[in-house]
Design a protein around this ligand. Structure first.
Ligand code: FAD
Length: 354
């Protein structure tokens, strides 16, 4: 059982910044995310795009914003359960919560902050009969650990950035990489398309277009795939492989959270925005893109603000008899849970001699 003060569901920018604000109040956080890496939409959908409306940053790449947030929260030593979806919640008699993921990992927390954005990103799966029998037996819809493909024969399907980037990366790791796409054109960054072209010329990537993987075969695990080539003759090709990775993008779904007894309006969680972004269940908060209230704006800076006020509420919940006095970080500094301390230089009181 993972123990924490605040369990954050969603490691997007809102969830990450929560760790910082909670840390200032000496509250420990653990984050769950269905994706294998933190950053939410910023990392998954537009890491290379510049954002222009983060206060104090005239321009910052979404991926760099995530890196900076990770750096900012490092002293507060957050825990992460990545690649798992928060599935069930139980409220115990003492008012604390147990949240269980789809892989059975259990987390016990005093408060739960749902920072789930548009919902957990679920992979779009190809329409191949029986493919589910090979999931985790060679079929994967996202690459969590590229080392798992070392010296293996891998077939990747897809025509976007993920398919291109992973084909490039695995070309130097796997024994054989085959990239299959139903069109001849790819929708990705120009330099990635050019790099794939170069690797095809060097025989490091076997490119098959316009084509689709239409069957997966194997006894206990993937042993081969059938590729239907969409040329005039409509040919079929059987390729021996250890892994089949369809990378067709992700679609967000509020998913299991929608069944937790929370008030939902237009696919978002209703919260009390006059106070602390708490939901209709005391101790469960919803912050960032996932919540709704009059005047709600789905912007990163709004998520940061909501996270800040929510942490104050959790502090009061855990310390009902303590009065919290707001301290500026410029005055109080930052005491990391790792023993680190950051503080502004103290003013020196010194007599200036005549
Ligand atoms: C192309 C694009 C450009 C944008 N440009 C801007 C901009 O310029 N400025 C701006 O302010 N905003 C911009 N946005 C919006 C901004 O990205 C969002 O407001 C922000 O990402 C919301 O952050 P969040 O942390 O609330 O949610 P998200 O970033 O959506 O993160 C939520 C995370 O929760 C996870 N999750 C959800 N449910 C579960 C579950 N049950 N179990 C486990 N994990 C779960 C998801 O996998 C996801 O990683 C843009 C969005 C897009 C798509």
């Amino acid at each position: 059982m993972i123990e924490t003060d605040i369990l954050i569901i969603g490691a997007g920018p809102t969830g990450l910044f929560t760790v910082f604000e909670a840390g200032l109040l000496k509250l420990k956080c653990h984050l769950i995310d269905a994706l294998p890496q933190p950053g939410g939409q910023c990392s998954e959908l537009y890491p290379k795009k510049p954002i222009y409306d983060i206060p104090g940053f005239p321009e910052v790449l979404a991926g760099d914003l995530v890196d900076n947030l990770m750096e900012q929260i490092k002293p507060f030593q957050p825990g992460f359960t990545l690649g798992e979806r928060a599935e069930d919640i139980d409220k115990l008699e003492d008012g604390t919560f147990i949240v269980t993921t789809n892989k059975g990992t259990k987390h016990h927390a005093n408060a739960v902050a749902i920072a789930g954005g548009l919902g957990s990103f679920e992979p779009r799966k190809p329409q191949i009969v029986g493919i589910e029998n090979y999931e985790d037996r060679g079929v994967a819809y996202m690459i969590k650990d590229p080392e798992a493909y070392r010296d293996k024969k891998v077939v990747i399907a897809g025509g976007g950035d993920s398919a291109l980037d992973w084909s490039i990366f695995l070309a130097n790791v796997a024994q054989e990489v085959t990239l299959v796409h139903r069109r001849e054109e790819f929708r990705g960054a120009l330099d990635s398309v050019e790099k794939v072209q170069e690797l095809v010329t060097q025989n490091k990537i076997n490119l098959i277009t316009p084509a689709e993987v239409t069957d997966v075969k194997g006894t206990d695990k993937v042993e081969s795939v059938t590729i239907t080539i969409h040329d005039e003759a409509k040919r079929f090709q059987e390729i021996e492989c250890d892994a089949f990775v369809p990378l067709f993008g992700l679609s967000p779904k509020l998913g299991p959270i929608a069944n937790w007894g929370l008030e939902i309006e237009k696919n978002a969680i209703k919260v009390d925005n006059t106070l602390d972004y708490q939901t209709n269940i005391p101790g469960i908060y919803a912050i960032g893109d996932v919540n709704t209230y009059p005047g709600k704006l789905k912007l990163i800076l709004c998520g940061f603000h909501e996270a800040t006020l929510m942490c104050q509420s959790v502090y009061q919940r855990m310390n009902p008899n303590k009065k919290y006095v707001l301290k500026y970080t410029t005055v109080g500094g930052i005491d990391g849970f790792d023993g680190s301390r950051k503080e502004a230089e103290k003013a020196v009181i010194k007599k200036i001699g005549s």
